[in-house]
Design a protein around this ligand. Structure first.
Ligand code: RIB
Ligand code: CA
Length: 321
């Protein structure tokens, strides 16, 4: 994975959602990249509402220039499961009524937007995916040459040695479309997987949320409000109001804001069977006692540890919005 050049073009695929909102905002604040498009996918919320949430957040940041396209409502197999209202709210953004952007989604689908951007920025386009991988799989099916035009792909998803969060074996983004994840991880492109193993180690505290609430800027206070319900969801897990930073960590790793320190390239296979392991990311980490050397021929980099906590860097960047 090469670190971005100045303002590398970046496409974000997301199921905006609370932590997706933080990832979107982080990318808007990142001088290292130029957010050239956002695609929605059903996950935390349905794809259309997720797109509306992204439009509203972009408008608050003064970024109505960024196109937002609606992506897949259903996974490759089966149908949308109704999302995660107890986690992300009935509207996907913590049941906070964001000021409506007044802007429409693009006429393109998320797949059409991604493919168009891959031609416009051939060889330079960076992809960050923080929802189920349905759109990426459909784009690969529509145009198998897509990987030739994409610089790298960063995915928030999976669980390597960590338990799942929607089943004992599966993390939400993978579990909601295992077939798509299997297809995305099977093609020859440079993928960095950011699993629960590392995202659960990065926590946003009430003091961080308070800093956003008191920012006095256009977007940051809204992010503080959006986090309120999500903080309550994490009390049984962490024993206090706080939140894991799944999607913003993937975004920060993609732009170089946080550096992986343990991230071997290893074979990763997604269990797309209908057994108890459905949605599991089976990562070959048998190099555990040898310091996790890269496995020859493996493409997927699995991030297990990073150099610094994300939270202070995230607050610093979000306070500029
Ligand atoms: O498991 C965490 C992931 O599922 C995050 O992307 C969160 O937004 C949800 O989509
Ligand atoms: Ca997400």
């Amino acid at each position: 994975m090469t670190l971005p050049g100045p303002s590398a073009p970046l496409y974000l695929d997301c199921d905006t959602g609370v932590d997706d909102s933080l990832a979107l905002a982080y990318l808007l604040a990142a001088p290292e990249v130029d957010l050239v498009g956002v695609g929605s996918v059903s996950g935390n919320i349905d794809a259309r509402q997720g797109a509306v949430n992204s439009l509203d957040l972009l408008a608050l940041a003064g970024r109505d220039d960024v196109p937002v396209a609606v992506g897949a409502h259903d996974p490759l197999v089966g149908s949308y499961d109704g999302g995660a209202p107890s986690v992300h709210g009935r509207n996907g953004v913590g049941d906070v009524a964001l000021p409506p952007s007044g802007r429409e989604v693009t006429a393109e689908s998320a797949v059409e937007l991604l493919l168009r951007l891959s031609h416009e920025h051939a060889g330079l386009l960076r992809v960050v995916a923080v929802g189920p991988l349905t759109n990426l799989a459909l784009a690969l099916r529509a145009d198998p040459t897509l990987p030739e035009r994409v610089l790298d792909v960063t995915v928030m998803g999976g669980a390597a040695l960590h338990p799942g969060n929607v089943t004992p074996a599966a993390e939400a983004n993978i579990a909601k479309d295992p077939e798509a994840a299997a297809e995305v991880l099977a093609v020859d492109w440079d993928v960095t997987l950011v699993p629960l193993d590392v995202t659960m180690a990065h926590v946003f505290e009430e003091a961080d949320r308070k800093a956003l609430l008191e920012a006095g800027t256009a977007l940051a206070p809204w992010l503080g409000e959006v986090l309120d319900l999500y903080f309550g969801f994490h009390v049984p897990t962490f024993g206090r109001r706080c939140s894991a930073l799944h999607d913003p960590l993937a975004a920060a790793i993609a732009v170089g804001g946080v550096t992986p320190t343990v991230a071997p390239r290893v074979p990763v296979v997604v269990d797309a069977t209908d057994g108890p392991g459905r949605g599991q990311t089976v990562c070959d980490l048998r190099g555990l006692y040898a310091g996790y050397p890269d496995v020859p021929g493996a493409r997927t980099r699995v991030v297990l540890a990073t150099d610094a906590p994300l939270a202070p860097h995230l607050v610093e960047r979000l306070l500029t919005l």
